[in-house]
Ligand binder design. Structure first.
Ligand code: GDP
Ligand code: MG
Length: 222
């Protein structure tokens, strides 16, 4: 029998980085230059047939209007199991705000064992790369590792680049934590969470990485 999982995922980052566009692209396969900045919190639902026994109801929580404060209330973060932290690769200030958003996330929500919820970093508007910050931002690979992101992607909601990959990276991490019971139980004493290492040097020019992206365990009993 299929089971349903409801996953609350937050999409955070400064105003105008493309949060709403990313959600609309992922859920409705559309892009528009003009989304009204509705004030408040909104969410969209995407249903994923994850495997033969699991249907995921992915609830993507958008924000509008509160970004300018650089933080959200605990109510918004409550029961979230993962997040996308988005910046606009053409605007340095939005990259500088990434750590503020990650800090806000980690201070207001955690897995029940105290570990941070998985977060993926998105450098959005990659179709505008020519205006990009390539020389100004640190290498996202080392940056994202250093600050505890489980992966990073250069995305474009406009061109539909890497949006699905980023989402599935996040969902894989969330699901593997849940399947390992890490979301519910504290790790046994002395246990260390070891994720398989990703070979960062295997590609020349990289636009993404889902670090140690865990493949889900086979669902058949073995
Ligand atoms: P939000 O405030 O973070 O929700 O940002 P929006 O989704 O409203 O996007 C802000 C502006 O950036 C809008 O004009 C979008 O059309 C534009 N935008 C969003 N994503 C992209 C993208 O990937 N490429 C380009 N060129 N523009 C984008
Ligand atoms: Mg918005």
């Amino acid at each position: 029998m299929q089971q349903e999982r409801l996953l609350k995922v937050l999409v955070i980052g400064d105003l105008g980085v493309g949060k709403t566009s990313i959600i609309k692209r992922y859920v409705h396969q559309v892009f528009s230059q003009h989304y009204r900045a509705t004030i408040g919190v909104d969410f969209a639902l995407k249903v994923l047939n994850w495997d033969h026994k699991t249907v995921i109801r992915l609830q993507l929580w958008d924000i509008a209007g509160q970004e300018r404060y650089g933080h959200m209330t605990r109510v918004y973060y409550r029961e979230a199991v993962g997040a996308l932290v988005v910046f606009d690769m053409t605007r340095l200030s939005t990259f500088q705000a990434v750590l503020k958003w990650k800090g806000d996330l980690d201070s207001k929500v955690a897995l029940s064992n105290g570990r941070p919820v998985p977060a993926v970093l998105l450098a959005n508007k990659s179709d505008q790369r020519r205006l990009g910050l390539c020389s100004k931002v640190p290498k996202l690979e080392s940056f994202s590792q250093q600050y505890g992101f489980v992966g990073w992607f250069e995305t474009s909601a406009k061109d539909n680049t890497n949006i699905d990959s980023a989402m599935s990276c996040l969902v894989k991490h969330i699901m593997s934590l849940q399947e390992d019971g890490l979301n519910s139980d504290p790790p046994p004493e002395g246990a260390v969470l070891v994720l398989p290492q990703f070979d960062y040097h295997s590609q020349e020019r990289r636009h993404s990485s889902c670090s140690g992206c865990p493949s889900l365990k086979a669902t058949d009993s073995d």
